[in-house]
Ligand binder design. Structure first.
Ligand code: 13P
Ligand code: SF4
Length: 304
């Protein structure tokens, strides 16, 4: 029988045999982050997937992230240890709904968050992540109309930063909206010298209270480079593990313990081992969808 402490060794052996790499999003469980070859935010993981020489990518995150990797590396096998790890925000917009929105705004350029299905990405002009959403819209600012889907709160933040009015969709992250302005205010009372880092998927009233608004990996860099010793973290609680590991002498306080993404917690070391043993479950995007979705992702990746 396999016991928990033997798992990392077993995974490493199999990984070598399968010529695989393990990518883990910053919200993954500590046991997954510990076994990963690379940890990162959506943009970083896409860039690593695009460049890897490995034959197999074990994607520890949610479905749209593995799909993005598969779009970028059609000749590689992309597998997810738990195929049921989806993103409720990505499920809030279908390709059919986006087609209808485009029909109502035929002159609009279409920007979509990476948190979308491959079918939705195939309908986009530009993809973006939380790292570069402001930059993408800034580039397109002179266009008469811009559709920005599906996250209405990220859209709100981008509007504030660029001054450009966007045509939005009613999508949101059920995890980030659990962080309330009262949470930030309370933590500020307990930790008056702490810097407040907030993800742009949060409610606008929360974003307004932040010292810095950025992606999960940008938070890791900010924490490392900042002179501050304490940080209030307004995003999914899984990031705290990485922040603490990378900065053992600094303190990190979750803005709210309720900000848990259950889908990000579905992957475990045991499931990674099974995935490597059986090389499943594979995530693959059909060629016709992939061709169009790739264009929108490449336009984003080519932005410097
Ligand atoms: P990041 O790209 O900032 O890691 O965010 C991804 C995500 O799903 C946030 O909820
Ligand atoms: Fe989706 Fe929110 Fe989970 Fe990110 S935290 S994967 S946006 S549900």
């Amino acid at each position: 029988m396999l016991i928990q402490k033997d798992l990392p060794k077993k995974i490493k052996e199999l990984k070598k045999k399968r010529k695989a790499i393990i990518l883990a999003h910053n919200y993954q469980l500590p046991e997954v982050q510990d076994i990963a070859d690379f940890k990162g935010d959506s943009l970083e993981l896409s860039r690593i997937a695009a460049k890897t020489e490995a034959e197999v990518i074990v994607f520890c995150g949610v479905h749209f992230m593995a799909e993005t990797a598969s779009i970028l590396c059609p000749d590689k096998k992309v597998i997810m240890p738990d195929l049921n790890a989806g993103c409720p925000m990505a499920d809030m917009l279908t390709a059919q709904q986006l087609k209808e929105l485009k029909r109502r705004h035929p002159r609009a350029v279409v920007v979509g968050y990476v948190n979308t299905s491959a079918e939705v990405k195939a309908e986009l002009d530009f993809c973006c992540t939380s790292t570069n959403a402001v930059k993408v819209v800034d580039v397109l600012k002179d266009r008469e109309e811009i559709i920005f889907v599906p996250d209405k709160y990220l859209a709100d933040y981008v509007e504030k930063k660029t001054g450009k009015k966007l045509i939005k969709w009613n999508g949101f992250c059920p995890t980030h909206i659990r962080i309330f302005p009262e949470d930030i205010k309370r933590e500020k009372i307990f930790h008056p010298f702490a810097q407040v880092m907030v993800h742009p998927e949060c409610l606008p009233q929360v974003v307004d209270l932040a010292d810095v608004v950025c992606s999960t990996s940008q938070m890791c860099r900010f924490a490392q480079e900042s002179q501050a010793k304490e940080f209030i973290v307004g995003t999914e609680v899984g990031l705290i593990y990485r922040l603490k590991r990378d900065n053992p002498i600094k303190e990190f306080y979750p803005a709210s313990e309720a900000a848990v993404c259950p889908n990000m917690k579905r992957t475990t070391q045991e499931k990674i081992l099974w995935a490597l043993e059986e090389l499943r479950d594979e995530v693959r995007v059909s060629n016709d969808i992939r061709r169009y979705a790739r264009k929108a992702i490449d336009r984003m990746l080519n932005l410097r």
